[in-house]
Design a protein around this ligand. Structure first.
Ligand code: AMP
Length: 215
């Protein structure tokens, strides 16, 4: 199964990807996570991506397309879920082309919908563990001890691009460059809109029901 998960930053893509990956044994390919790993490793790509990411802009298509093609080529036969990619119509067209070349196709395009006001609260309250990657929220998903990861006791941090100023830019970028993708996919097939301002467990159940339904 090959899935594209669309949605603004903070719409719950990471949480729902984790659920889907556990249930269907897919490879989770998050372009943002891959870029953050490249930055931590101080690779050429990481260095090139840095300033775009810190300002909330998109990293240029050519860099991203190459990076994701490499990641997708390593996916197991069970398939993958793309999280944060494609993010422009150009990236989607390139993805379609490379899928077609490999005799494959995207089976499901899911679109998580949440209003901007809720997203701002979600993202600016988000804290994560720099060691294991666990994600918390200062109000909705508190760790057992304030500011400390439940798994390994590491101090939690805020992603530099989760501050209110950068979040406003990221939402702007999303509306201008990524939202047109929903229409692109709607013109080319089915897109499943899922309201993601509900309890994440209910969203998860809706997604599983959809993925389990016969085509
Ligand atoms: P994310 O964790 O998905 O919100 O991504 C963090 C940042 O990485 C974004 O704000 C962009 O700067 C960059 N990024 C991630 N995925 C892409 C993509 N598909 N195209 C361009 N830039 C991306």
């Amino acid at each position: 199964m090959r899935i594209v998960l669309l949605g603004a930053p903070g719409s719950g893509k990471g949480t729902q990807c984790k659920n889907i990956v556990e249930q269907y044994s897919l490879l989770h390919l998050s372009s943002g996570d891959i870029l953050r790993r490249e930055r931590a490793a101080k690779s050429d790509l990481g260095k090139k991506a840095q300033s775009y990411m810190d300002s909330g802009a998109l990293v240029p298509d050519d860099l991203i397309i190459k990076m994701m093609a490499k990641a997708i080529s390593k996916a197991p036969k069970e398939g993958f879920i793309l999280d944060g990619f494609p993010r422009t119509v150009n990236q989607a067209k390139e993805l379609d082309k490379s899928m077609a070349d490999a005799g494959q196709k995207i089976d499901f395009v899911l679109n998580l919908e949440v209003d901007d006001g809720i997203i701002e609260k979600r993202i600016t309250g988000r804290r994560s563990c720099p060691k294991c990657g666990a994600v918390y929220h200062i109000e909705n998903m508190k760790p057992k001890k304030d500011g400390v990861c439940d798994n390994d006791g590491t101090s939690l941090v805020q992603r530099p691009d989760d501050t209110s100023e950068v979040v406003a830019n990221r939402l702007n970028t999303y509306h201008q460059q990524t939202e047109p993708l929903v229409d692109y996919y709607k013109k080319n097939g089915d897109v499943y809109d899922i309201r993601s301002d509900r309890d994440p467990e209910i969203v998860k159940a809706d997604i599983f029901e959809l993925l389990d339904s016969p085509a």
